[in-house]
Unconditional design. Structure first.
Ligand code: PMP
Length: 443
């Protein structure tokens, strides 16, 4: 965010409404699930920064390894050399990734991971002599990044409707949000509808023109949308039948957020062709992202007749040794009880938040693992958000901040994804603040 000094405030750049009440001062420290601002106010970090501080703040092990790696080898060029932490990390990630997703390309974050995946898709199709197989299917409500093409995939028009040239390459399917399914339609029929919509798009566009389908297993920034049962396996099967690459965007859902290192297989039973990741891979202690790639796709890239070498694509900070060293230590922490804790605590987290559904303003509390969303509605009968004052998320956030909790406001929703270290009493504290804040908002 661009920080704008305003009197004594540090105000986040106002990105058209989804930033909540201004923080009263810059954040200066963190500890566990808490952050403290320059005025000494301590707040629960409800969104774990931006879905990323999975291991919590002030982890000495992570800070130490960052320092140690900087002293040992602070940088090497990924174009000419490899570094030991990245080699070890690749092996460990491949062990966790489903199927034959045995290859990793490191990036600097989520957007660059998504761009990289799409460059792989285009390049592999060029090599196979089918350069027109480049349309990308994404979904309303999805979020995939802030760079030119990744932003074009996003489900929010404001992210891309002013830059049409990239958007011409993208087709968007309906948002798989069971809460917003047509009235009277069962979840099963809704799922059939979503799959049929994809099949129709393939038929109309021609599978020879569609290169990839990209999906977050659980839509994060769109409001923690958990697709209907069976949706992801059926979409995956359609991709396989039509030679369309399935890219699982696990920038949020990986590294423990849903209780596993990767969620695609372990939570949803699917093996994608590529998985993009970032954020929780280093718990936010160093910028790093990447793409897991199937062996089949890797061979396509290797067979390149465009050059003798591999596909020419790289970022200065790809496989940064400090990022990879931090990621290795972060994996140790996850393996050393944090994944187990995340899985064990998620039931209490979800059940406690669910109690807020008795408040008239709350239409639905939904979530999975340690990500959750409170969606507010104008009235509980129609569940209609449209007549609602759409600053409601911001207003809840404002009250929460007064009481010591950061949430992520999204128009009529508030999203939470706390550090995975959260305890039952901290969950109680969070839910109690939310209850008071929502009550104050609806009064
Ligand atoms: N994909 C998803 C699912 C995301 O949530 C985000 C960021 N919120 C991105 C991609 C982009 O990641 P970054 O901001 O690190 O570029």
């Amino acid at each position: 965010m661009i920080a704008t000094a305003q009197k004594h405030l540090v105000q986040p750049w106002p990105t058209a409404g989804d930033i909540g009440a201004e923080a009263r001062g810059g954040m200066v420290s963190g500890d566990g699930i808490y952050v403290t601002d320059s005025e000494g106010r301590r707040l629960i970090d409800g969104p774990a920064g931006m879905w990323c501080v999975n291991a919590g703040h002030r982890r000495k092990e992570l800070a130490d390894v960052l320092h140690e790696q900087a002293m040992a080898l602070s940088y090497n060029s990924p174009w000419y050399t490899m570094n030991q932490p990245s080699v070890t990390l690749s092996q460990r990630l491949a062990d966790y990734a489903p199927g034959d997703l045995d290859h990793v390309f490191y990036t600097t974050g989520g957007s660059s991971a998504v761009e990289t995946a799409l460059r792989f898709m285009q390049f592999a199709n060029n090599v196979k002599g089918r350069p027109d197989k480049k349309m990308i299917i994404s979904r309303q409500g999805g979020y995939h990044g802030s760079t030119y093409l990744s932003a074009s995939l996003n489900g929010r028009p404001r992210d891309h409707d002013w830059m049409d040239s990239a958007s011409e390459q993208v087709i968007k399917l309906s948002c798989p949000n069971p809460f917003r399914r047509p009235e009277g339609m069962s979840e099963q029929v809704f799922c059939d509808f979503l799959v049929a919509e994809f099949r129709t798009v393939i038929e109309k566009t021609g599978k020879e023109r569609i290169g990839a389908f990209i999906a977050e297993p659980v839509m994060a920034s769109g409001g923690v949308i958990i697709p209907p049962q069976g949706y992801l396996p059926r979409m995956r099967a359609l991709c396989a039948d039509n030679d369309i690459l399935f890219i699982a965007d696990e920038v949020v859902t990986a590294f423990g957020r849903l209780g596993h290192v990767f969620a695609s297989q372990d939570v949803f039973g699917i093996t994608p062709d590529m998985i993009t990741f970032a954020k929780g891979v280093t718990s936010g202690y160093f910028p790093l992202g990447g793409v897991m790639i199937s062996s089949r796709l890797f061979e396509d890239l290797r067979r390149s007749n465009h050059s003798d070498a591999m596909f020419a694509h790289g970022l200065t900070y790809s496989s940064h040794p400090i990022g990879c060293a931090v990621a290795l230590k972060n994996l140790d922490i996850l393996e050393d009880g944090l994944l187990d804790h995340a899985r064990a605590i998620s039931g209490y987290f979800q059940a406690s938040l669910k109690t807020l559904e008795d408040l008239p303003l709350v239409g639905e509390v939904r979530g999975l693992g340690l990500m959750a969303c409170i969606e507010c509605v104008a009235d509980r009968i129609s569940n209609n958000p449209l007549t609602l004052d759409l600053t409601v998320g911001k207003r809840i956030d404002g009250h929460c901040q007064d009481l010591g909790l950061l949430v992520r406001p999204l128009i009529n929703m508030c999203v939470m994804s706390p550090p995975l270290t959260i305890t039952p009493s901290q969950i109680d504290e969070m839910v109690s603040i939310l209850r008071t804040s929502i009550e104050r908002t609806q009064d």
